[in-house]
Design a protein around this ligand. Structure first.
Ligand code: APR
Length: 260
């Protein structure tokens, strides 16, 4: 990645007033949470068809397998801490330039880093809570995970006996309507969409940056590898979120005449 690219991106950032930051698993890899499609990522090690919503609903055995495998996903989340990539997004909010964060991540690290929860739109839900699919009663993931660890292989709702599932959106599961509509509304009203750490291959999430560009916003993509939207970006930064994002904020603030 060139210094020129950083300079171009910082110039755009310094002029933007309503920024939508769109994040994927790549912003959390430096926190120790593997992403999905990099070499050695989650889908290199697990079969995604084991994690579809239909499979989960299909049988008690499928749910038993889901809970035993999902333990492997959940553990890195519990021990993860926000990294300088998340911190840079907090700095953007404190600078007064962030409209909101649209994240595909389920790890809660934006909120843990200090981003205002009401500015974080979790398109794919969260792994930090579990809900009953019948009565919608919500539980902390910690509480339910402890029940699984204690031998309740397929936890059931204590209130109604219904099937319980982590509040993540699995393949084949309907997207959260309110969050999805709000994400597109904010993208269509921003002046810059800054993508950080996403392969931009999963829809409808990956359409959010497209909606921003179609509405006239600038697009910056900071990602470790190529994405299908690179051609549409004003600037592509090929690098690590934790290294590049803080540099970008610092340079943009200098260009805006505000020392960091
Ligand atoms: N800095 C910048 N980019 C990174 C870093 C990093 N430290 N680490 C990884 N990346 C990039 C990778 O190059 C990859 O292009 O982040 C991207 C992560 O892409 P995916 O693994 O596909 O993750 P994501 O885009 O969030 O996936 C979207 O797919 O499986 C579903 O529901 C899941 O929300 C997820 C969705």
């Amino acid at each position: 990645m060139t210094e020129q690219a950083i300079e171009q991106a910082a110039a755009i950032l310094s002029r933007a007033k309503r920024i939508v930051v769109f994040t994927g698993a790549g912003i959390s890899t430096e926190s120790g949470i593997p992403d999905f499609r990099s070499p050695g990522g989650v889908w290199d090690r697990f079969d995604p068809t084991e994690f579809t919503y239909q499979r989960f609903l299909s049988s008690e055995d499928a749910r038993r397998k889901y809970w035993s495998l999902s333990k492997l996903f959940y553990e890195p989340l519990v021990s993860a801490n926000p990294n300088p990539g998340h911190d840079a997004v907090v700095a953007l909010e404190r600078w007064g330039r962030l409209d909101c964060i649209v994240t595909q991540n389920i790890d809660g690290l934006h909120q843990r880093a200090g981003s205002s929860p009401d500015r974080v739109i979790e398109l794919h839900g969260t792994a930090l809570s579990v809900s009953c699919l019948s009565c919608r009663k919500r539980h902390s993931r910690e509480e339910v995970q402890a029940r699984v660890e204690a031998g309740e292989e397929v936890p059931r709702c204590e209130g109604c006996g219904g099937i319980m599932k982590p509040d993540t959106i699995s393949f084949g599961q309907p997207m959260p309507e309110r969050e999805t509509a709000e994400a597109f509304r904010r993208a269509e009203n921003c002046d810059l969409c800054w993508v950080i750490g996403s392969s931009l291959v999963v829809t409808p999430a990956a359409h959010v940056p497209v909606a921003a560009v179609n509405a006239g916003a600038k697009l910056i993509i900071l990602n470790g590898s190529e994405t299908p939207l690179d051609e549409a970006a004003d600037v592509v930064l090929r690098g690590k979120a934790g290294e590049v994002a803080p540099r970008l904020i610092e340079r943009a603030r200098a260009l805006a005449g505000e020392t960091a």
